[in-house]
Design a protein around this ligand. Sequence first.
Ligand code: NAD
Length: 271
Amino acid sequence: MKLQGKVALVTGAGSGLGREIALAFAREGCAVGVNDIRAEPAAAVAREVAALGVAAAALPGDVADGRAVYKMFAAHIGTLRTLDILVNNAGTAFTEEHVKRNSEKMLEQLMTTGRSSMSLEATATMTDGHWRRSLAIHLDGTFYCTREALKIMEAQRRGCIINMASIAGLTGIAGAPDYSAAKAGILGFTKSVAREVIGAGIRVNAIAPGYVDTPLLDVLTPVMRQMIVAQTPAGRLGTPAEVAATAVFLASDDASYFVGQTLSPNGGLVI
Ligand SMILES: NC(=O)c1ccc[n+]([C@@H]2O[C@H](COP(=O)([O-])OP(=O)(O)OC[C@H]3O[C@@H](n4cnc5c(N)ncnc54)[C@H](O)[C@@H]3O)[C@@H](O)[C@H]2O)c1
C-alpha cells in the first residue's frame, strides 16, 4: 500500500473527484477527513471510507469561509490527530442560461460556416456575486486550507498538498472567465508555495484535469458535451478513477521529486 498509516484531508469529497480520491487514498491505507459544504454527502463518503478499514471523519464546512476552515481543521485534528496530505479539491461550475444558449448558437455557426461571428456574452453580463463566489470557493478556499495545513505540516516538517486546478487554468475556457481565472490563480499559488515550503519537507503540486464525468459537467448541454468528446483525442471523457490515480501518485513517495508541478490527465485535449 502506497499511503499506509498516512492521514489526509480532502475538500469537496462528497461527490465526483473528491469522493473518488478519498476512496482511493483509503484503499492505500490512508485515513481520510472528508470535507464538503453539504453535510450528508460528507457523512456518507466518510462511512464509505471507514468501510474500507481506515479511520474517517466527516468535516462539513464551506472552504470559502476562513473561520469555517479554521474550525474544520480543528475538528480534523481532534479526530484524526495529524495531517500528512491535503487535497484542495472543492469546486463548482455555474453557467448562466443565456451563456449556454449562446454556446449552442456558436457551435451551430462553427459547424455550418466553419467560423463564429459572436461573443458568448459571459463576461459582460457577469454579476459581482457570481465572480466573487467562484473566486472565493476555488482560490480563497485553496489559500485558507493551505494556510491551516501548513501550520501542522511545517511543525512536523513533512507533508504533501495537492491543488485541483483544471485545463481551464492552462488554456482558458470561453464562457467561464471566473473559473479560468481561479484555476490559473491556483496554478500560480501552487508554484509559489511549492518553492516556499519544500525546504521544510512539504511538497506542493497541482492536477489540471480535462473534462471528467462527474456531476460538475451537468452545466453542459448535450451538444456541448458531444463537442468536447469530439475535440478530445482520446474520444471520451475522463473517469474520476483516472484523476484519483494521479492524486495517489502525487501523494505517494513515488512522486518525491515532483515539486510545484502540474499533472494534466486530459485525454490529449491539451498537449
Ligand atoms: N469534472 C471535471 O470535468 C473537472 C475538470 C477539471 C477540474 N475539476 C475540478 O475538480 C474539483 C471537483 O469537481 P467534481 O468534478 O468532482 O465536481 P462535483 O460537483 O462532483 O464535486 C464537487 C464537490 O465540492 C463541493 N463543494 C462545492 N463548493 C464547496 C465549498 N464552498 N466548500 C466545500 N465543498 C464544496 C460540492 O458540494 C461537491 O460535493 C473542482 O475543483 C473542479 O473545478 C473538475
